[in-house]
Write a protein that binds this ligand. Sequence first.
Ligand code: PRP
Ligand code: URA
Length: 212
Amino acid sequence: MQIKVIDHPLIKHKMAFLRDERRSMPEFRKLLHEIGLLMAFDVTRDLKLAETVIQTPVAVTKAEKLEKHPVLVNILRAGIGMLNPFMEILPKSRVGFLGMNRDEETLEAHSYYNKIPMQALDNKVLLLDPMLATGGSALSALDFLKSKGVTNVTFVCLVAAPEGVKAINAAYPDVTIYTAALDEKLNEKGYIVPGLGDAGDRIFGTGEDENL
Ligand code: PRP
Ligand code: URA
């Protein structure tokens, strides 16, 4: 099973605050951003380095820089919450977008937009979406990327349900999943339990909650 649950006290601590239903929208955004930055540290651990020579104020020395920047692919809309911290830490990364909307009744994912940089073909791709529930949206995104010839994909989420992990592993065993938490199950409405509710609504204020 290709799943890596990032086990770090700071991430666990911040996840406890993020999941709490009392978080306001600005607090939720800030925590998501901070957790994304912390996750980026682990998710990028295997990036290759290339030797270079630099001049410090004191001496010429060898140093190492990233050989290539991964391409970030964002599953709209909630993926934007993870895209921002990854763009901050990898400012030279190109960014692609895949618009996916889950039908609340059937739980099927519908694709409504795609724009991917061609460099995704020969670079590592980090596919970002905070929630992996049934896996329908992630699988639809992976089907699209693979159909375009993208080969090296890592899926990065915040909360994963076992059902979604199983679905990705079955269809794309080569795709590693990084998550900040592996939760218990899905409920009858397809929400992750305990989860954090609707990520898009909590980031963008589109839920029924009157107080932001
Ligand atoms: C959410 C989430 C994932 C998807 C996960 O998006 O951001 O994309 O649900 O569920 P799944 O694994 O069962 O497909 P949603 O469709 O609610 O759209 P949004 O990001 O625009 O809110
Ligand atoms: N999408 C979300 O935003 N939350 C869930 O729990 C499941 C799908």
